[in-house]
Design a protein around this ligand. Sequence first.
Ligand SMILES: [Zn+2]
Length: 64
Amino acid sequence: MRKRFIAGATCPHCQEKDTLAMWCENSVDVVECVKCGHQMREADKQARDQVRTNEQVIGIFHPE
Ligand SMILES: [Zn+2]
């Protein structure tokens, strides 16, 4: 399973930067902080907004 780090994103739990890794699990985008283990799912709108706010790069949550 490929994981990619989200540049510039801040973990909402431990406030660390550049610790959020993201991958797709059962067609659901999962974001996890490798530092504290905090996990967010694509279905969690708050998580999506959090990532979008912090990361201006790629629109990773867009369907392909
Ligand atoms: Zn964290």
